[in-house]
Design a protein around this ligand. Structure first.
Ligand code: PMP
Length: 399
């Protein structure tokens, strides 16, 4: 009997499968709203000018490609710490934040999960209902039991905040609570700063461990505003927590796999010890991260000129998404479907559109418009060219 004789095929990622179906569709009018990617007006993934400039500088310098340290490029992790926690952060000044370069935001989640599996081995992880599909799988793979807390309210298309607080209050002390800093994936429904303060106070009171996933910093209101959750949790006096962040979207560097794990510990000594464990975990998985993406991000963040250019380009992506949201809402209202106005209140790339599985299926079959079965659409994959067509189709299937 051969070793793999009993290995059965497992289902592929449903969202990536959607893109395969989209690619195979021969209709010229087809639109893929199933992705988690920002596309420009021409349907391309933008290469930011700031990234292109630093890339040209690095290429001209012809640097050798030695190994990076296990925890990554220091200029990258230092700049990331300042971006995520704020340049004035007391935690950073006190040496209480260990930041490690990771293989995208996904790598930060997994390495963070492995670290917690050592310190909180019998804990449960609570994720929002719904959440990014991979959250359950990543924490499950690290050995945790994963359960949901109430989050989305389908009636208001926003957060069921009372339900969320009630569920968090029931969790056992020591439970890890996965929170989306901003631009909640998949719903687009975020907490206000006042709500964050209430959540942070509850986490502190109940002894719950915050694990903040920040994959879209700068995609809603701005870099500092979108990072507010991190500062609010810090200010609540919670002595230890984790932030996983990603530059995939904010730098449009999806394939470079640029992310970071930041672990906050109670004092500088604990932080150092934690960092040594993170290095050991990484050493046994992939040994050290890759050079190129980190050099790009560090180069942009470390140059005042390129940083200003990047912030401007990030602002343009953010504004364009907001324009696409209002464009879609206005077109639907003109057609006689004002019930979609909530799309304008949601934040980031995604919207839980409220379309049913049947309606999503009809969109695909009748119009070649691809969305996730849950009704999640990627607003950042619309363009002024596809807006009318998509609005009309959404109107038709929702009647
Ligand atoms: N967290 C969330 C909420 C995400 O949406 C994503 C990306 N889709 C990630 C983490 C992972 O980011 P990366 O692609 O950088 O691994």
């Amino acid at each position: 009997m051969s070793v793999f004789a009993h290995v059965e095929q497992v289902p592929g990622d449903p969202i990536l499968g959607l893109t395969d179906a989209y690619n195979a569709d021969s209709r010229a009018t087809k639109v893929n709203l199933g992705v988690g990617i920002y596309y420009d007006e021409d349907g391309r993934i933008p290469l930011l000018a700031a990234v292109r400039k630093i890339e040209e500088q690095l290429a001209a310098a012809g640097r050798p490609r030695g190994y990076l340290p296990i925890d990554g490029l220091a200029t990258y992790t230092n700049a990331t710490r300042a971006l995520v926690f704020g340049a004035e952060s007391e935690l950073v000044a006190a040496g209480r934040v260990a930041t490690t370069q990771t293989i995208g935001g996904s790598g930060a989640l997994r390495v963070g999960a492995e670290l917690l599996a050592q310190s909180l081995p019998h804990a449960t992880v609570a994720i929002s209902n719904p959440s990014w599909e991979n959250h359950r799988a990543v924490f499950g793979a690290a050995g945790f039991t994963v359960k949901d807390y109430t989050y989305f309210d389908a009636a208001t298309h926003g957060v069921d905040f009372d339900g969320m607080l009630a569920d968090l209050a029931k969790l056992e002390p020591g439970t890890v609570v996965l929170l989306h800093a901003c631009c909640h994936n998949p719903t687009g429904a975020d907490l206000s700063q006042a709500q964050w303060k209430q959540v942070a106070a509850l986490l502190k009171e109940r002894g719950l461990f915050p694990f903040i996933d920040m994959a879209y910093q700068g995609f809603d209101k701005g870099i500092a505003e979108d990072g507010a959750a991190v500062r609010i949790v810090a200010e609540a006096g919670i002595d230890s927590f984790i932030v996983a962040n990603s530059y995939s979207k904010s730098f449009s560097l999806y394939g470079e796999r640029v992310g970071a794990l930041s672990v906050v510990a109670a004092d500088a000594g604990q932080t150092k010890a934690v960092q040594s464990h993170i290095k050991r975990i990484i050493r046994t998985i992939y040994s050290s991260p890759s050079t190129h993406g980190a050099a790009l991000v560090a180069g942009v963040l470390g140059s005042s000129e390129l940083r200003a250019l990047w912030e401007d380009e990030l602002g343009q992506m953010r504004t364009r998404i907001q324009d696409l949201r209002s464009g879609l809402v206005n077109k639907l209202a003109e057609l006689g479907a004002p019930e979609f106005n909530f799309i304008q209140q949601q934040a980031g790339m995604f919207s839980y559109s409220g379309l049913s599985r049947e309606q999503v299926e009809k969109l695909r079959q009748d119009y070649g418009i691809y969305a996730v079965g849950t009704g999640r659409i990627c607003v950042a994959a619309l363009s002024s060219k596809s807006l009318d067509y998509v609005a009309k189709a959404v109107y038709e299937v929702s009647r």
